[in-house]
Design a protein. Structure first.
Length: 76
């Protein structure tokens, strides 16, 4: 699992499996949360827009890094 956070647009992507660009099927759960499925129908990732509204510590990088291993986090 890998977490990618883009602070500029406040978007968090939780990647469970790597997929080829353009091969995912996306289903919106709400205006802020989308699920990506791979070509086998398995969950490949979850995208959360306005992520800091759901996860307070995202705006504080140090706290975020303490809660997750550094090799699991990618900042854009």
């Amino acid at each position: 699992m890998k977490m990618l956070y883009d602070k500029q647009v406040d978007a968090l992507y939780i990647q469970f499996r790597q997929i080829t660009d353009g091969s995912a099927v996306t289903k919106d759960l709400s205006d802020s949360v989308s699920i990506n499925y791979d070509n086998e129908g398995k969950i490949a990732g979850i995208e959360i827009l306005d992520a800091s509204k759901f996860m307070d510590y995202l705006s504080e990088s140090k706290q975020f890094e303490q809660n997750y291993k550094s090799n699991e986090i990618v900042y854009a």
